[in-house]
Design a binder for this molecule. Structure first.
Ligand SMILES: Nc1ncnc2c1ncn2[C@@H]1O[C@H](COP(=O)(O)OP(=O)(O)OP(=O)(O)O)[C@@H](O)[C@H]1O
Ligand SMILES: [Mg+2]
Length: 309
């Protein structure tokens, strides 16, 4: 089964596309078939990171039904084992997907015949972005060390929780339970009060809800890490998240700020290929090793479960 890794985060311009493209190249370099999917439908630019200028076919063809299967809009890149689905030709209307179109994309993503499917998401917390992120239990949240980005990352996680709880309970039940809690501006407070209320009034449903949230193993990366950044920031965020949310959070590592990222984008040359031996490229390869390590552990667990049956 392919591993779907959405790469999101509340804030714009923090390096989601940079991280997605470079992780894609590093995973492909290990020999895995990888597809990068640009799901920033209103601001698609992932193709530029991979050095592609003219894209003939992409997500627009799948959405306007001129192509039936999502795998038929996959185009190769000039990097071995790395393909992509671009959204650069999507119109403004397509950027505002209907729920049916969003579900059509999510269902098709699950069937893509690649070892790794990396989703580059847009900024913000609109429902389409949240649902793309929630399409996998293995999403990566990107942030930078700036307080504004940290704040937006927490907002993003709270929005994911709010959305997931609403999805599991359904519109009517969510309305019912949230009527009984004090609506504050804090999505996490509302969400935890809703969960507590469900657990109290309908323990069976409450348990299902908790189990669903516990399936998520969120990861996060601190990008544009600088010398002045506290070295323990990642660990601190991991601790806070593991304490306050019901899911598991894993800090995958820092990626250092490097002026040459700018140059690699201008020269349409992927950073980890052009500057392979820089600190930032090595940071990214450590993150890839962790992603692969996680995958091995989870397949070992599945094997153990299978053998016990
Ligand atoms: N580690 C880094 N070191 C230096 N510059 C970086 C680094 N990561 C990203 N950048 C710079 O930040 C800019 C924004 O990166 P990117 O486009 O990947 O962000 P994004 O989160 O995908 O933005 P958007 O929300 O608009 O999609 C890049 O153009 C690049 O110049
Ligand atoms: Mg982007």
């Amino acid at each position: 089964m392919s591993c779907i890794i959405p790469i999101g985060g509340g804030k714009g311009g923090i390096g989601k596309s940079f991280i997605a493209a470079n992780l894609g190249v590093l995973l492909a370099r290990q020999g895995y078939p990888v597809v990068l999917v640009d799901l920033d439908l209103g601001g698609a630019n992932l193709h530029t990171f991979t050095g592609m200028t003219r894209i003939k076919v992409g997500m627009e063809a799948f959405l306007n039904k001129s192509v039936k299967n999502l795998k038929d809009v996959v185009v190769p890149t000039n990097i071995n084992n790395l393909s992509m689905i671009s959204s650069v030709n999507c119109s403004m209307e397509i950027a505002n997907l209907s729920a049916a179109q969003k579900n059509k994309i999510i269902n098709a993503l699950m069937k893509l015949p690649y070892e790794y499917v990396l989703l580059d998401l847009g900024a913000g917390t609109n429902y389409n972005t949240l649902d793309f992120f929630l399409s996998s239990y293995e999403g990566i949240i990107t942030l930078t060390p700036e307080p504004t980005a940290v704040e937006n990352a927490f907002k993003f996680i709270k929005a994911l929780y709010f959305r997931k709880v609403k999805q599991v309970l359904g519109q009517n039940d969510f309305k019912l339970y949230s009527q009984q809690v004090e609506m504050s501006s804090n999505a996490l407070e509302v969400t935890s009060q809703v969960i507590d209320s469900v657990l109290e009034k309908d323990p069976e449903k409450g348990e299902i809800l908790l189990q669903e949230l516990q399936k998520f193993k969120f990861k996060f990366i601190i990008n544009q890490f600088r010398k002045t950044t506290g070295t323990k920031l990642g660990e601190k965020i991991e601790k806070v998240c593991n304490k306050h949310f019901y899911s598991e959070f894993q800090f995958l590592g820092n990626v250092c700020y490097d002026e040459r990222v700018h140059d690699s984008i201008f020269s349409k040359n992927i950073f980890v290929n052009k500057y392979s031996f820089t600190v930032s490229a090595i940071d990214l390869s450590h993150i890839v090793a962790k992603i692969q390590g996680n995958r091995e552990v989870s397949s070992l667990h599945s094997l153990e479960r299978y053998e016990r049956l």
